[in-house]
Design a protein around this ligand. Structure first.
Ligand SMILES: O=C(O)c1ccccc1N[C@@H]1O[C@H](COP(=O)(O)O)[C@@H](O)[C@H]1O
Length: 196
C-alpha cells in the first residue's frame, strides 16, 4: 500500500484534522521563511495532541545539527527531512544517532545519491504547490517519497505513473492557505485505495 505524509500542519486544529484523516506521517516545518513554520514550543504541544501512532517528520533547511537532534531526542519528531545543502557528513552523523532520514532532491538533479534512508523527489520550489513532469523521474535505489503539486484529484494518476512508496503533500490539502479537512480525508483515502 502506498503511504501518505500530510505536511505543514501549523494550527492546533490541523492536528485534530490529521487525527481524523489518519495519514501514515505528518510533517512539521522548521524552515523559518515558510508560512507553515512552527516553533519548538508549538511542535511539542502538537506532538502531544497528535495520535501517538502517527510519526511526525521534522522538515529542515540547513538547520543547526543540534536543533534537529534536540527535536528528535525530545520525542517531538521521529524522522528528519533535509531540504537544504546538508552534506553527506551531516546525513551520516544523524544516522550514527539512529535518526531516520529523508533526503529531498529536485527532480531536475541528475542523481539521487545519498546514504539517507529515504529519498524525496520534489519540484523545484518545495511547498509551493508547483506541479512537475513526473514522467521525467529517475528512480532512486532507496524507497522514495513523491512531492510537488499533488492534490486529491491528481494523486491516483501520480501513483500509477511513478509508483512511489510515500506521497507527500502540503499545498494540495489547503484552501486559502490553511489546511482543509475534507481535502485531507479525500487524499488519504485515494492514496490508501490506489493500486501501486
Ligand atoms: O511546506 C513548506 O512550506 C516547505 C518549506 C520548505 C521546505 C519544504 C517544505 N515542504 C515540503 O514541500 C513538499 C510539498 O509541496 P507541495 O506544497 O505539496 O507542492 C513536501 O516535500 C513538503 O515536505
Amino acid at each position: 500500500m502506498t503511504k501518505i505524509k500530510l505536511c505543514g500542519l501549523f494550527r492546533k486544529i490541523d492536528i485534530d484534522y490529521a487525527n481524523e484523516a489518519q495519514p501514515d506521517f505528518v510533517g512539521f516545518v522548521f524552515v523559518k521563511d515558510s508560512p507553515r513554520y512552527i516553533t519548538l514550543k508549538k511542535a511539542l504541544q502538537f506532538r502531544q495532541r497528535l495520535n501517538a501512532n502517527i510519526p511526525a517528520v521534522g522538515v529542515f533547511r540547513d538547520a543547526p545539527f543540534s536543533e534537529m537532534v534536540n527535536l528528535y531526542q525530545l520525542g517531538v519528531i521521529q524522522y528528519v527531512q533535509l531540504h537544504g545543502h546538508e552534506s553527506e557528513q551531516v546525513v551520516n552523523r544523524l544516522k550514527q544517532l539512529r535518526i531516520p532520514i529523508i533526503r529531498a532532491f529536485s527532480y531536475t538533479q541528475s542523481s539521487f545519491v545519498t546514504s539517507a534512508d529515504y529519498v524525496l523527489i520534489d519540484g523545484m520550489k518545495p511547498g509551493s504547490g508547483g506541479i512537475w513532469p513526473w514522467e521525467k523521474i529517475t528512480r532512486p535505489t532507496q524507497p522514495f517519497f513523491l512531492a510537488g503539486g499533488l492534490t486529491p484529484d491528481n494523486v491516483t494518476d501520480a501513483i500509477q505513473a511513478v509508483h512511489p512508496n510515500v506521497i507527500d503533500v502540503s499545498s494540495g490539502i489547503e484552501t486559502q492557505h490553511v489546511k482543509d479537512l475534507q481535502k485531507m480525508i479525500k487524499i488519504v483515502r485515494s492514496v490508501h485505495n490506489a493500486r501501486n
